[in-house]
Design a protein around this ligand. Sequence first.
Ligand SMILES: O=P(O)(O)OC[C@H]1O[C@](O)(CO)[C@@H](O)[C@@H]1O
Ligand SMILES: [Mn+2]
Length: 438
Amino acid sequence: MDGNSLPSPLSAKYKGTFGYYTVRDRLPVILTKVVDTLCRMNSKIADQYDEEHAESLKNICGRISQLKYEVQTNKPVTPIQDGWADAIVWDKYYKKQKTLIDGAEPCWFVSPWLYMECYMYRKIMESIHLSKLLGDKIDPFRDQKEQAFMTSQAATIAVSMDLMEKLTKLDEIAEPLKYIFVHYLKIALWGNKCDLSISGGDENTQTSCPLAQVDILEPYILVDNTSQVWDTLVAIKKAKSGHGQLDIVLDNAGFELVTDLCLAELLLSSGFVSKVVFHAKAMPWFVSDVTLHDFHWTLQMFCASNNMGMSHFGNLWQSRLKDGSWSLRVHEFWTLPHSFHEMEETVPKLYAELELSDFIFFKGDLNYRKLTSDRSWDFTTSFQKTLQGFTPAPLCTLRTLKCDTVVGLNPGQAEKVEKEDSDWMITGSYAVIQAYIP
Ligand SMILES: O=P(O)(O)OC[C@H]1O[C@](O)(CO)[C@@H](O)[C@@H]1O
Ligand SMILES: [Mn+2]
């Protein structure tokens, strides 16, 4: 427990935990990969620009190597110095963290894991931003994200074709809409298996057929509030006469984004809502998270595809962005270390914006950690309690478990799963669909 009687935040200070292994082993591997990727860009940068740019790239690599050294030797956190607007918020957060450890310096194997992991990605971007020549030109994870999209082509085609067929026959098919919804909700859930930070940046894509997998994976959903979500969406449709707004706080690019777009399309074209707002990251984040660029690039890939389903949706989705039924937002809050219960005080405008939503989906593990403030909660603690008042609208988290915290389980459930698979919390093999409907 910490000072205000909440369970302690997960931290690398607890040896043998996943947070400890992440900071000790996985983060340095990710940093090494970033340096390798940037080094490999060297000749391209020299050709595209000039030697001065290539020199600048070397300096970026030097700063990131230094960061790796700091992680491995448990050095204290230093301020963000790239002059970006969020630097002040990071500084405030740092000061607050300092008071929690009696004025000692926050550092890698002492401070909350969530803070340190977010700080690492922010420091990578600082290293890049500090280059005057290349500061706004490099996404160190872009190649990996694009490759992940490419290698899940077969799965992307399968869902695009299936959805197109279902939507064009919506009035004729016997299959109840609820069944189609449940299917696409679960495809979007399992899409979250495909992130690139859990695999240390190694390939981790959807190669098997996602449509068939949904049924097979059913026993691995530990909490399933799908019916509640469906009932709420039906009620929203009625109350708003189909003019409600859905928000999706995105997680990863590649196949996961494809599944999110399909879910959004289903809810829009079947008249549940008339507007979908997607929230993407303001900078490259946790290897595979969607940035504005990734979102637009994905749509371009759909448009350019010679598969009928993909090009159909590519063109439709571009038109949705133009007519405003889809919109894309970025806010710096999603790349801060804060838990979501701190949103209302930290960025009241974003909170107020989310209050306009009729329903919000939060995708992925990191969003889950921030919803529940990444603490060692008792497994049976209610999801609502762990939200600590973060309730801008009815919400639902679609998350595969990749970090050792989870709440809302039945008594004895965790112990039972532990016996099935001792790594159940960290491999993305299990999942939750957890809703809070006020
Ligand atoms: O892309 P997702 O689902 O948010 O997963 C990212 C997660 O991967 C990890 O790096 C692996 O545990 C976590 O630190 C992080 O929460
Ligand atoms: Mn992610």
